[in-house]
Design a protein around this ligand. Structure first.
Ligand code: C5P
Length: 227
C-alpha cells in the first residue's frame, strides 16, 4: 500500500493527539506530536530565564536555538514516543499548566517556527506519518494527502483537559484551564507567522458531541479511502 501523509490541525485540547496516535497505530505509521516540540522549546526558555510572567527575551532565546536538540524516543511499554530535550525525557514536565501558559508566546517567534518546521519536514520526508499541530496542513505539509481540522466548543475542550490534568495529579482549577485554552487559541490564531487556520482542502471535524470510537472510525475510514 502506498504511504501517505496525514495532517491533523485544530484548536487546543480537541483530542488531536489521541486520535492521531490511534490512526498511526492502525496504519503502521509514525506519529509526531509537534505541540510537544514547541512545549520542549518553551521549557528550555523557562529554565534559562528567557520567559516568565513579566518578560520574554526573544533575542536570548533565538541566540540559543542551536543549543536545543529535540528528539522523540519510542517507549515500548507506553506504546508511544516521548519527547527528549537535550537527551532528557521531558514528557511529563512539558504537559504542565506552567508550560501551557508560556508555549503560545514562544511558538509565535519566527525563528522558533523555522527551526521546528524544518525538523518536522525532515521527519515526514518518507511519508507514512500522522502529524498533529496547528500549521501542518498549511505550512509543514501543504501537499498532505489527508488534512483534518479538529474543533469543539471551548468549554468541552477545557473540561477534557481539566480532567486529564486532574488524572495526572496536577492541582488545577477548571476556570483557569478554560482561560488558558481560550488564550492559546487567540494567540495561535492571530500570530503573524503561520497562524492556526484551516487549510482550504482540509475536512472540518467538530467532535463536541462525539465519542472517541466514532471519531476514530470516521477518520480511519476517510484515510483508507485515500490510501
Ligand atoms: O498541541 P499542543 O496543545 O500541545 O500545542 C501547544 C502549543 O504549541 C499550541 O498552543 C501552539 O501555541 C503551539 N503549536 C504551534 N504549532 C504547532 C503545534 C503547536 O504553534 N504545529
Amino acid at each position: 500500500m502506498e504511504k501517505i501523509t496525514i495532517a491533523i490541525d485544530g484548536y487546543s485540547s480537541t483530542g488531536k493527539s489521541t486520535i492521531a496516535k490511534q490512526l498511526a497505530k492502525a496504519l503502521g505509521y509514525v506519529y509526531v506530536d509537534t505541540g510537544a516540540m514547541y512545549r520542549a522549546v518553551t521549557l528550555f526558555a523557562m529554565r534559562n530565564g528567557f520567559i516568565d510572567k513579566h518578560h520574554k527575551d526573544v533575542d536570548a532565546l533565538v541566540n540559543s536555538l542551536d543549543k536545543i536538540i529535540l528528539n522523540f524516543q519510542y517507549n515500548d511499554q507506553l506504546g508511544f514516543s516521548e519527547m527528549y530535550l537535550n537527551g532528557e525525557n521531558v514528557e511529563k514536565e512539558i504537559r504542565t499548566m506552567e508550560v501551557s501558559q508560556f508555549v503560545s508566546p514562544v511558538a509565535e517567534i519566527e525563528a522558533v517556527r523555522i527551526k521546528l518546521v524544518a525538523l518536522q519536514q525532515k521527519m515526514g520526508k518518507a511519508k507514512g506519518i500522522v502529524m498533529d499541530g496547528r500549521d501542518i496542513g498549511t505550512v509543514v505539509f501543504p501537499d498532505a494527502e489527508v488534512k483534518i481540522f479538529m474543533s469543539a466548543s471551548p468549554e468541552k475542550r477545557a473540561y477534557r483537559r481539566y480532567k486529564e490534568l486532574l488524572h495526572k495529579g496536577e492541582e488545577v482549577d477548571y476556570d483557569e484551564v478554560l482561560k488558558n485554552v481560550q488564550q492559546r487559541d487567540a494567540i495561535d490564531s492571530s500570530r503573524e507567522f503561520s497562524p492556526l487556520r484551516k487549510a482550504e482542502d482540509a475536512i472540518e471535524f467538530d467532535n463536541s458531541d462525539m465519542g472517541l470510537k466514532e471519531q476514530f472510525e470516521r477518520m480511519y475510514n476517510f484515510a483508507l479511502r485515500i490510501i
